[in-house]
Design a protein. Structure first.
Length: 70
């Protein structure tokens, strides 16, 4: 079962990403898995968002290609 985040009045996409993942930069993962909610800029209370698992290959949120090779 996919995890859900239920919005609070006034949540925005970047605020929801910060609450869920700890950083706003994951907004694209959140939005790409919630197409049915893309019409919201500011959420009302009670909207359920699917919480996608972040893709593998990230170290502290950095894509693998941005990590220097040793």
């Amino acid at each position: 079962m996919t995890e859900q985040y239920v919005t609070e009045q006034g949540d925005t996409w970047d605020l929801a990403a910060k609450k869920i993942y700890g950083e706003e930069k994951y907004i694209d993962y959140l939005m790409s898995n919630n197409f049915n909610c893309l019409n919201y800029f500011v959420f009302p209370a009670g909207v359920s968002l699917n919480i996608p698992v972040l893709p593998a290959g990230r170290v502290n949120g950095v894509p693998e290609w941005r990590i220097k090779s040793k």
